[in-house]
Structure formats: C-alpha cells, structure tokens
Design a protein around this ligand. Structure first.
Ligand code: C2O
Length: 442
C-alpha cells in the first residue's frame, strides 16, 4: 500500500516536471506575452552572446562574419535532420524560457495541417505588423493573411513510410521544406530561416510529427542499437551560455530524457494492410535493397508556367514499377530524384502524373496529384539530390487504370500562397532547373 502510494506520488511529481508544448492557437494572453518577452529579451542581447537571438539563429545557418563557434551547423538532406533539429530546439527553448522570466513557458507549435483555417500564419506573428511586435518580420509571403496551399501541409506520404530514415527524408520535403518556401522571406532560405520567430514553431511541429509518426505503430520505430545515428554528437549552448553536447541516443524519448511532451499528436488512422508485411525480416530486406533507376530525363527547366515532361521507361523497368507498386505501402518508395538543382528562392511546384486537361485547373486533391518540389537547400549540402516519393500517387493511379505503357507524363505547376478571400493571388516567382531528373525504386 505504502509502495503504491509512493509510486503514485513519484509518478505525479515526475509528470509535473514534464513541460508541455502547446498549439500556439490555444495560448493565453499571459503565455503569448511570455513568448513575446522572451524573444524581445534575446533580440536585445549582443550577437556575440551565445544566448542572443542572432547567435542562436546563426547556429542554424548564416553568412554573417566573422564566424563564431558552432555557427552554420544544421543538418539537411542527411539522416540527422530530425535529431539535429530536436537538440537545437531543446536548448533554444531553455534559453527562451529563461529570457522570458516565465518558468512555465514552453515552445509552442504551429499546427498547419489539422484544418484549412490554420494554414494562415498565427495572428500574433503578423499583428501588429510593425517593429513593435517581436514576433513580426517583414517580407513573408503570408503576412497579409494568405494561406499555405493544402499541398504544403500534407504529411500523409511521409507517415506512410515505415523506416525512420525514409520517413525523415519524406517529412523534410513535405511539410518541412514546403512550408519554409511558402512562408517566404527569411524562412525561404537556410542561412536566414531561424531569424524568423515562426521558424521555431514550425520546427516544434516537425518534431511533434516525428512523435506522432512513432505512435502510428505497425513497426515504426527509432534507430536501434547498434547504429551510428545513435552515437552522432552535436554541441550547442545552454541557457547559461555553456557548451553542451547530446547524442542521438539521448533524445529518443522526449518525456523521459528531455522532459517535454506535446499536448496532442496527429490522430492515427485505422490500421492499414502494411501491418501484415512489416515483420523485421521484411524491413531488413528493404534496408538492404539497392536503388534502381527506371527512367530519366536530362536538363529539367521549369519557369513561371506549367511544364510537362515525359519519362520513358524501357519495358523491364515498367514491369519492375508494377511489381514495386504491388509491394506493401511503406516498405518501398518510388522517388523522383532531382540532381544538380539550381533555383530562385520561392519556387514551389505541385507535381501531377498523367494529368488530363488544362494544368491551370489542376488540383492537389485530385487523383493525379503526386507531391511537391520546394527547394530549400543548405549551401553546404548543395550537392545533395532532392527526392519526392510519388509511390502513393502511382499506386492510386495504377489502381484506377490511369497508368499505361511505358510513358509517365509529369506536369509541374507553380503554386504560391492562397490569398485571403476576394484578393487576387500574388504573382509567384518560380524558376528551377535540374541537371537530371530520374525515377528510382528503393
Ligand atoms: Cu534546418 Cu527548417 O530547417
């Protein structure tokens, strides 16, 4: 009896020390004020102070000189995307909390995926739209109340992946890069992104989606021992401006190891047929499977108008694609791979496969929609290819008899934010080139 009571008290005490990251749209006026105070206090510190706003942003990326310790460290296009950003947010949150003078402040998140109304930038970040508001920055495409397009916020393709790195790469594209590009301004390029206060709420949501993905089960799990990912170490500054390091192994469980949790996670759909085939042996086979290129096209060049290109498969690859689509979802991906990418910031294209009719009418909720390409490339990782998993779209089109023969027509339609009702769309800037576009099975 006594032990049970002690256990209950200890559990209650333990939970009490776990901070809760909340949806920013549920923040009370007091919580919002604490957030504003924390950001303002960090912005008031000199750039040489590791706990200043600018120094913290520069840890992500910067072209400021002279470079200071730990600047320009972010991981993009690598298997450390999720872990690096989790650690980065963890220490930023501690610095922000201390700077705010409110011990209860936790980093909120921006959940843009749960309802169309939440695809607008949270009001405190754009109103008042002047320097008196530490959460406001000029130059965003959506400061006027425009919405992110629906295609930018969909995490369904990422969540369909069962392997954590396939998931990470897919999530890094959409919604991660897609939201960066659609917010625009500082957020639209890696060396400036973390200067925008909304960056931190966007990444809290990405971190929350990682938690949500794990909770979907059916074999989804973090890297297991032994794995180099678990040993990878990164160094940051804590709230006392002391250097501190974490490894992948130390951040797997947010509640136990980092003492935070989210107030809600994305709802889990009813179990899918992947369950039956997600045995560990099968997953190992997937990890060992080599990538197979089944079609390619050289020198893709996209501009302000919709563009269609054709990918032609030889007879065998077409059979391989059919076979890949018959494998369980989540155990295989079919990716468009863009190599040698050059682009104008703000470029964002929705991709459609075998689209009939006028591309200007194409809709991302139609059967031909396959994903988006939104380049958000870190200069130090510029050689990395960009990948879009189009397997869910191909499987759907195949089931509906909308794929035939060896040709796939890919239509790229430039897209910008959706203006508030009654306003004309703002002109989009779109220009992107790739030295090579190919279709691969993994
Ligand atoms: Cu390191 Cu969202 O970027």
């Amino acid at each position: 009896m006594l032990t049970l009571l002690t256990l209950a008290i200890l559990t209650a005490l333990g939970n009490a020390c776990v901070s809760v990251r909340k949806n920013v749209n549920t923040f009370s006026p007091t919580e919002l004020q604490a957030l504003r105070d924390g950001v303002a206090a960090m912005k008031a510190r000199p750039v040489t102070d590791p706990t200043s706003w600018r120094y913290q942003a520069n840890i992500h990326g910067t072209s400021d000189t002279p470079a200071q310790p730990l600047w320009s460290q972010c991981e993009h296009g690598t298997q450390f995307f999720l872990s690096w950003h989790r650690m980065y947010l963890y220490y930023f949150e501690r610095i922000l909390r201390k700077a705010s003078g409110n011990r209860k402040l936790s980093l909120p998140y921006w959940n843009y995926s749960d309802a169309p109304a939440n695809r607008v930038l949270p009001l405190p970040f754009r109103n008042p739209g002047d320097p008196s508001n530490p959460l406001f920055v000029p130059g965003r495409f959506i400061n006027d109340g425009s919405s992110l397009p629906a295609s930018a916020v969909d995490y369904g393709t990422a969540f369909s992946q069962l392997d954590v790195f396939d998931f990470s790469f897919s999530l890094e594209g959409t919604p991660h890069a897609a939201v960066h590009v659609q917010v625009g301004g500082l957020m639209g390029s890696v060396p400036t992104a973390a200067n925008d206060p909304i960056f931190w709420l966007h990444h809290a949501n990405i971190d929350r989606l990682w938690e949500g993905w794990l909770g979907w089960g059916e074999g989804r799990h973090n890297p297991e021992e032994p794995h180099p990912w678990l040993d990878q170490t990164y160094t940051f500054y804590d709230e006392n401006a002391q250097q501190v390091s974490l490894t992948g192994r130390q951040i797997l469980n947010t509640r136990r190891q980092l003492r935070y949790r989210y107030d809600s996670l994305p709802p889990r759909p009813s179990p899918s047929p992947t369950r039956a085939t997600s045995a560990p042996e099968t997953r190992r086979a997937v990890q060992e499977r080599r990538e197979q290129r089944i079609a390619e096209n050289t020198r893709l060049s996209l501009g302000q108008a919709p563009t269609t290109v054709t990918l032609r498969m030889e007879a065998d690859p077409a059979a391989n694609l059919r076979e890949a689509l018959e494998r369980a979802e989540g155990l295989t991906s079919v990716q468009l791979v863009f190599e040698g990418v050059d682009y104008e910031p703000g470029s964002y294209y929705e991709i459609f496969i075998n689209l009939p009719g006028d591309p200007a009418e194409a809709r991302s909720d139609g059967p031909h929609f396959a994903g988006v390409i939104a380049p958000f490339v870190d200069p130090k990782h510029a050689g990395h290819a960009l990948r879009v998993n189009v397997r869910p779209a191909l499987a759907r089109l195949q089931a509906q008899g909308l794929i035939g023969g060896t040709d796939l027509a890919l239509t790229f339609v430039p897209r910008g934010p959706v203006p508030p009702q009654g306003q004309p769309p703002r002109p989009v800037t779109a220009r992107m080139q790739a030295e090579r576009l190919s279709l691969v099975i993994r």
